[in-house]
Design a protein around this ligand. Structure first.
Ligand SMILES: *Cc1c(COP(=O)(O)O)cnc(C)c1O
Length: 354
């Protein structure tokens, strides 16, 4: 056992599991590295974190996470370049968003130094787990939840912050068929849609299952009021290209402020692609599809970066997107990935070496 300068206690694993892993066939988020970081909030303060072997954790049955769902998370990645250097992508934005989510769910905020130092120490320790194959990366899952006990419906007095790491292969989604949702909502004004809260996902699963039964892969979320405005694509932000303009919905109470979304907007602007951040309606998109002006539609998020949509269904009619040469989706995805893997200049200052 050793202690780092940041007072992180490190308990090393005895025998690494890395030799048992088939790095050529990694499913997303299903293999975990040797270590994890655990940090407890007790008596009104975050304690020093411990990095320990990846293992099960034990909780009281009355832990409030099980009853009242105080649970939030982040999703980010670590990348290797050709010279074996390791990089994160805009990690301070993940920390900022974690605290925005924490505040909304009445969870205590986490200091930036604890997040960044803990993250870096853990990744350094499990650095050899970062896949080098093209398109592969180390998926990072920081999360926080109420571990304090008691059935009283109030915020817990104890919390846990953990970081777990999962080497993941390139994400090929294939042809994605989406269904525009008109009954269920992911979020509402004044709700928790802008927070990366576990409960937002729980509420999405059932409507998504119904869409899957109808032959779609994913749901397009519309506003909860009239189901008129297009807001998100599953758990990704959404972009549409009408003629040569790239359009995405503005961030609101209901829409998560994705780091991929805002990076795509900046890259598009720097490449001279016309962008519009504005509310847009289902009617506008259907009309554009009908008169051939809808060129592309894609989801944006850390896991897949950009996930092109091939068909959208609306009121029992399927609309196919055309095959576009030199699509915005492929251009923007290449540029963002090249920045993440240190293959091109990073004029935005997004890469974070560790
Ligand atoms: C995480 C998430 C996104 C994408 O955010 P990134 O920071 O780009 O990964 C978009 N929408 C929802 C609902 C999400 O949970």
């Amino acid at each position: 056992m050793e202690t780092t300068t940041q007072n992180i206690v490190i308990e090393n694993i005895k025998n690494s599991k890395i030799d048992q892993v088939d790095f050529d066939n990694l499913a997303f988020g299903s293999v975990f590295t040797d270590h994890m970081l655990v940090c407890d909030y007790r008596n009104g303060a975050w304690e020093a974190p411990t990095i320990m072997p990846y293992q099960a954790i034990s909780l009281e049955p009355s832990a409030k996470i099980f009853h009242y769902g105080q649970s939030i998370f982040e999703g980010m990645k670590a990348y290797k370049d050709a010279d074996n250097n390791t990089f994160l992508f805009r990690p301070l934005d993940n920390h900022r968003r974690l605290n925005i989510s924490a505040k909304r769910m009445a969870i205590p905020e986490l200091p930036e130094s604890l997040f960044m130092d803990g993250l870096k120490a853990l990744i350094k320790l499990d650095e050899k787990w970062i896949p080098k194959k093209d398109g592969s990366a180390l998926y990072i899952r920081p999360f926080m939840f109420a571990s304090g006990k008691g059935f009283h419906a109030s915020p817990a007095d104890e919390y846990k912050f953990l970081i777990c790491l999962a080497p993941s292969g390139a994400y090929f989604s294939g042809k994605v068929k989406v269904l525009i949702e008109e009954k269920y909502s992911r979020s509402a004004n004044g709700g928790t849609g802008f927070a990366k809260a576990g409960g937002n996902y729980a509420g999405q699963f059932f409507p998504t299952q119904l869409a899957v039964e109808k032959g779609y892969n994913q749901v397009i979320w519309t506003d909860d009021h009239n189901h008129e405005f297009i807001e998100e694509a599953g758990a990704m932000n959404i972009f549409v290209r009408i003629d040569d303009t790239l359009i995405t919905a503005p961030i609101s109470d209901r829409i998560l402020d994705g780091i991929t979304r805002k990076s795509i907007l900046q890259i598009a602007e720097s490449e001279g692609i016309a962008t519009e951040v504005r509310k847009f309606t289902v009617g506008e998109v259907v009309e554009a599809a009908e008169n051939g002006r809808l060129k592309e539609m894609f989801g944006a998020g850390t896991a897949a970066v950009i996930s092109p949509i091939s068909t959208f269904g609306y009121r029992k009619v399927d609309h196919d997107l055309p095959e576009v040469q030199d699509s915005f989706a492929s251009r923007l995805k290449k540029r963002i990935i090249d920045i993440q893997y240190n293959r091109v200049e990073d004029p935005f200052g997004w890469r974070h070496g560790i």
